[in-house]
Design a protein around this ligand. Structure first.
Ligand SMILES: [Fe+2]
Ligand SMILES: [Fe+2]
Length: 145
């Protein structure tokens, strides 16, 4: 059974961002799986991948926010940084031999969905970033009206 299931409440409407968020969800599920299998090497591998992927997503998102001159960018960056240092801390604990993966996958699930629904949702509301489907929708509307 999948641990973290994507649902529409996590959609930002910005396709490229949603794809990246889904990528993070995949890593969280892999981490959970590795934890259940008690496979420490797999946990290490997944944690490295998760950290790299998340760092790239944050850089992409921050760049987009900068281009759109989002007024809360500094606060948003701070939240991203705090999150990365938390995962790094967990990775260190794992490397020291502690069993962190199970609890961490739960923590990540809660953190990611809350971040998407609160901080990420805020920039979506504040900025005029047109979702690709917007073009399609207006074309469809033109057809009907
Ligand atoms: Fe974010
Ligand atoms: Fe994000």
């Amino acid at each position: 059974m999948t641990f973290m299931v994507w649902d529409s409440s996590l959609d930002t409407g910005i396709e490229v961002i949603d794809e990246q968020h889904k990528g993070i969800v995949e890593f969280i599920n892999e981490l959970h799986e590795a934890a259940l299998e008690e496979d420490r090497e797999k946990v290490s591998h997944v944690l490295d991948g998760l950290i790299n992927y998340t760092v790239s997503h944050f850089a992409f998102e921050e760049n987009m926010l900068e281009q759109h001159e989002y007024h809360l960018i500094e606060a948003h960056k701070k939240v991203h940084r705090a999150f990365i240092s938390r995962i790094n801390k967990h990775k260190e604990d794992h490397d020291k031999g502690k069993n962190v993966a199970r609890a961490l996958s739960g923590e990540l699930q809660i953190w990611l969905s809350s971040h998407i629904k609160n901080e990420d949702a805020d920039y979506v509301r504040s900025l005029d970033i047109k979702p690709p489907s917007g073009g399609l929708l207006s074309k469809m509307l033109k057809k009907f009206f």
